[in-house]
Design a protein around this ligand. Structure first.
Ligand SMILES: [Zn+2]
Ligand SMILES: [Zn+2]
Length: 262
């Protein structure tokens, strides 16, 4: 199906666009936060027991390329199914409110899918053979965002398949979800906490994921499995108990030289 002559150029174009777009965003954020902001954002730097080096970033770039190929396979499957009229997705113009509602629903489903897969990936065998690739990065940075084993990249991207097959989701909502997914992943792996401490006092916002939340997951290699929110971790008792304390204390424990970037 993927060898279809009309689909292959589309997939290659999509891969090139995704790869260029992704690395442009990640490199720009890295340059801004880690290099230009090295001293300026010192107080926001999240403490880590091991510091990032050039070898880590090179390894992350290689794994990211594999992740993007896996993403192309998933996108190609959905596009091929859509072209064959086998999805419930539609391209017709629709109300922005409806798109927004689909985006909200998509975020909840994506968050639940990720939580379930991520917790499963922490089972000993799967962790050793698959998820360890992502966890080799302790001091996370924007290049860590898509640094996955290819099997994990496929698994995490599969959330879209049942949604595309059975839900009459506008394609526009799918596009918005992709952008939010990228932004959230980069934010989670920023290695710096820019969200204000008072976030934890705001009823709905306090349940969103933060850079501290996910950095702690990399430091402890357990707990805080959520993608967009803390909801599932709270519900299933997997949130790390120190999260709120560390979120409030960012900067306090930053050691001298902690903002060094390779
Ligand atoms: Zn993990
Ligand atoms: Zn991560």
């Amino acid at each position: 199906m993927l060898a279809d002559t009309s689909l292959l150029p589309l997939l290659l174009t999509q891969f090139a666009t995704q790869a260029l777009g992704y690395f442009a965003v990640v490199a720009a954020v890295y340059q801004l936060v880690w290099r230009w902001g090295r001293q300026r954002f010192r107080a926001a730097r999240i403490p880590s027991p091991r510091r990032v080096d050039g070898a880590q970033i090179r390894r992350e770039i290689v794994h990211t390329l594999a992740t993007l190929v896996a993403g192309m396979a998933t996108a190609g499957t959905v596009l091929a199914l859509h072209a064959a009229g086998k999805t419930a997705l539609h391209d017709a113009p629709t109300s922005p409110w409806l798109v927004l509602a689909w985006v909200a629903g998509g975020l909840v489903w994506n968050d639940l899918w990720f939580y379930a897969c991520h917790r499963t990936l922490h089972r000993p065998w799967l962790f050793r053979h698959v998820h360890a690739v992502h966890h080799r990065s302790i001091d996370v940075n924007p290049f860590t965002s898509y640094s996955f084993h290819v099997a994990e990249a496929v698994l995490l991207g599969l959330w879209i398949v049942p949604a595309a097959l059975w839900l009459p989701m506008p394609m526009a909502a799918l596009g918005v979800l992709q952008v939010i997914g990228l932004a959230n992943n980069v934010m989670s792996h920023l290695g710096h906490e820019f969200l204000p401490r008072w976030l934890l006092a705001v009823p709905v916002l306090r349940w969103t994921n933060t850079a501290t939340f996910h950095s702690l997951h990399h430091t402890c290699s357990r707990g805080n499995y959520g993608l967009h929110s803390r909801v599932w971790d709270r519900l299933f008792g997997t949130e790390l108990p120190e999260y709120e304390r560390v979120f409030r204390a960012r900067g306090d424990a930053a050691a001298p030289g902690s903002s060094e970037a390779p």
